[in-house]
Design a protein. Structure first.
Length: 142
């Protein structure tokens, strides 16, 4: 077992989320200025027309499903389940989320993004299954 093996992927995904936040501000502020939109006065429709909309949407997505990832990683760490498989799955999830971000923020091909999201969800499901077994949930004990 690794002493803090599940924590590094959590920190990495938080760092990636902050990178996306910087990308958001670096694209949104100039776009709003060019479009002569003022913060708090622009409509949702106007904001969605900005070139930074996909980056903003991705940043919001990084505040959704990954919160489950953080909880499961901490649960696995606390239950002394930081083994090669779980650490590998956690890093795989981080890589998948980075790829998802890059696809959404650049080309934004919906079907590709959806498939990436499904794969990430399956990885998150595997981590959750491992946590359920380790926690002794009755219906997972075979």
């Amino acid at each position: 077992m690794y002493e803090h093996g599940m924590i590094a992927p959590v920190v990495a995904l938080v760092i990636w989320s902050l990178i996306m936040l910087i990308w958001l501000y670096a694209t949104r502020i100039p776009a709003m200025s060019k479009a002569k939109l003022k913060p708090g006065e622009a409509s949702k429709a106007e904001m969605e027309q900005l070139p930074s909309a996909n980056v903003a949407n991705n940043y919001n997505h990084l505040m959704e499903q990954p919160t489950l990832f953080y909880a499961i990683c901490f649960a696995l760490q606390f239950m002394d389940q930081a083994n090669d498989i779980n650490i590998g799955l956690a890093w795989l999830y981080v890589v998948i989320r980075v790829v998802h971000s890059l696809v959404q923020a650049t080309v934004n091909i919906i079907i590709v993004r959806f498939l990436i999201f499904i794969v990430g969800s399956l990885v998150l499901g595997a981590l959750t299954f491992h946590a359920a077994i380790a926690s002794g949930l009755a219906w997972f004990n075979f």
